[in-house]
Write a protein that binds this ligand. Structure first.
Ligand SMILES: [Zn+2]
Length: 100
């Protein structure tokens, strides 16, 4: 019967199509996984950069003697440093960030 053969080959074709679909799905999943990994890496990299930037912005440095101060150093301490170490210099010359 020709019809039976056609039916068989149709089924075979559908099976192959299914296989190809599944393979595509698998590779798609693989691609998604890779993309996700890259995203995660990128996310942590961005986070790290952010932290670094934040840390650097908190780190104060006297522009006159290049002494660094930890982020908890208050404005008062900066002024004290400027007055004690650089009485001839303006406090803003030491710590430009104090100028608002
Ligand atoms: Zn200084």
């Amino acid at each position: 019967m020709g019809g039976g053969n056609a039916q068989k080959s149709k089924m075979a074709r559908e099976k192959n199509l299914e296989k190809a679909k599944n393979a595509a799905k698998g590779s798609q999943l693989e691609t998604n996984k890779k993309a996700m990994t890259i995203q995660v890496i990128f996310f942590f990299f961005a986070l790290f950069c952010c932290l670094l930037l934040t840390f650097n912005s908190f780190k104060m440095q006297c522009k006159v003697c290049m002494q660094t101060f930890i982020c908890t150093t208050s404005e008062v301490k900066c002024r004290e440093h400027a007055e004690a170490k650089h009485p001839k210099s303006d406090v803003y010359a030491c710590f430009p960030h104090l100028k608002k």
